[in-house]
Design a protein around this ligand. Structure first.
Ligand code: HEM
Length: 117
């Protein structure tokens, strides 16, 4: 059970890596677009995060205020990515720069909260 939990944490962190990596790649290429890969990474973080939010194996103690804060941040990021993809499809242009920056900053803050809180 312990090993299974650690595997799910690994997948959870992979979701973060995919989202942040996709964002960093867009920033480095100076395209500043939101992408499907960011959506997939975030979905992986959400699904694995929800699985980890259940207290298993028995006896484990979880920091629910921290988990709740990350969930709120993830929902905001999801909203930004959703709005971004609709906007990009409609206009063909990259999303406003502040919106693009917010995605990366919020993902980074969520990871910071996970590790530092
Ligand atoms: C972009 C959003 C997120 C990022 C970047 C993120 C990042 C991380 C990282 C790096 C860890 C491993 C370090 C640690 O154990 O504290 C972790 C663990 C965890 N995350 Fe997240 N997370 C995110 C969203 C979520 C969400 C939405 C949930 C639940 C609804 C969640 C629940 C958890 C749980 C339960 C753990 C394991 C804590 C433990 O077993 O002690 N995370 N997260």
């Amino acid at each position: 059970m312990e090993l299974l939990r650690n595997v799910v944490v690994l997948l959870h962190i992979t979701g973060f890596a995919v989202t942040f990596g996709a964002w960093a790649a867009e920033a480095a290429a100076r395209r500043f677009r939101t992408t499907r890969l960011m959506d997939y990474g975030l979905l992986l973080s959400l699904l694995t995060g929800l699985a980890l939010a259940a207290p298993w194996p028995a006896g484990i103690e979880l920091n629910y205020p921290k988990i709740g804060t990350k969930l709120v941040i993830l929902i905001v990021i999801g909203g930004l990515l959703g709005m971004g993809s609709v906007r990009q499809k409609r206009t063909g242009e990259a999303v406003p720069r502040a919106m693009f920056a917010s995605v990366g900053i919020l993902v980074f803050i969520a990871a910071g909260i996970a590790v530092l809180w």
